[in-house]
Design a protein around this ligand. Sequence first.
Ligand code: ZN
Ligand code: ZN
Length: 418
Amino acid sequence: MTTAAVATEHLTHEQKLDRLAEVAIRAGLGLERGQELVMTASLDALPLVRRITEHAYRAGASLVTTLFSDDESTLMRYRFAPDESFDRAAAWLYDGMGAAFKSGAARLAVAGANPSLLSNEDPEKVGRANRAVSQAYRPALELITRHEINWTIVASATPAWAAAVFPDDAPETALEKLWNAIFKASRVDAEDPVATWKTHDATLHKRAEYLNNKRYAALQYRGPGTDFKLGLSDGHLWLGGGTTAGNGLYCIPNMPTEEVFTTPHKDRTDGVVTATKPLSHQGTMIEGIQVRFEKGRIVDAKATKGQEVLQKLLDTDEGARRLGEVALVPHSSPIASSGLLFLNTLFDENAACHIALGQAYSSCLKDGDKLTPEQLAARGANSSLIHVDWMIGSDKLDIDGITASGAAEPLMRQGEWA
Ligand code: ZN
Ligand code: ZN
């Protein structure tokens, strides 16, 4: 492999950017000849957007339409807009996106938001504006969450995001460091990135299939400050990697992606869990989280920093105190080995084994998309307004799979697949 390493070391930034665009179109999106593409991105991501646009047309896209956003313009609304502005959303735009998806367009989002853009704005206004967008976007977004169309998310480094991840570096250095981390995590350093992605995707599918065949009843976690048993939902399904969308096209929705994940049983988790990374939640940091579960419910929660925010989060609704997702990620994954906190879910969720409080994915249950909310709950799937992932993985975490008869089998040792 040394020749490949040497070969990619000589790639310029522009070449790596071009490779990222190529994997986004060919491995991530699986864009079909003649298909339209709707892309969203920040103006700061323009160089990557142009590379993606080129690769989309080379792959036969019939039309590429990009909707740009700009941080400064977003902030001006909070500074100068009348109060009633915050209950409005561009419904016509989201209706148009929905119409495009229905008539066959693919969807690509370029992530790279400033993690604290709105941290100094009135939380009430932020909440109202988010709600208005959620409502207006829901019909179009449902086509994406139900995987009716092929879609993916890739990341572009932006100055504000880089400054948040590398606060001690000069702006140019921070930006370069973040780009390098993104290139590495997105596997564009490999000799043949598209082929590397296909192999990686097959590995994730194999992991999920292995776990699905095992039909474990529970997982037992042991590590520093962590000793708990997590029950899996009845008829749970492990997922990972790409998927064939309703339009028949194969896509890998997140780049990077490292996790295999499923739905825990909302009433069957007991014991103590300690987070291994700070949680960046809506512009605030919650650090040193430790919680105790009893019959699936968090009965004790503390944080060394951001305790109040954590408490507020847990009080959102009854489901906010229960688990909606469990995900396994080996510690040697490229994101974990970077040791960085990206302050972006696309990356941080794929950095370590994690659990999520709140809403469960119905796709992680057999025939889950056909079940009523009552049937989902009966299988153990949690429901809540929130879905917040937090990292509990490290190189000191051991996990056993517990079979239906109660036997323990080693699943992960020291953070790696056993
Ligand atoms: Zn996850
Ligand atoms: Zn999640």
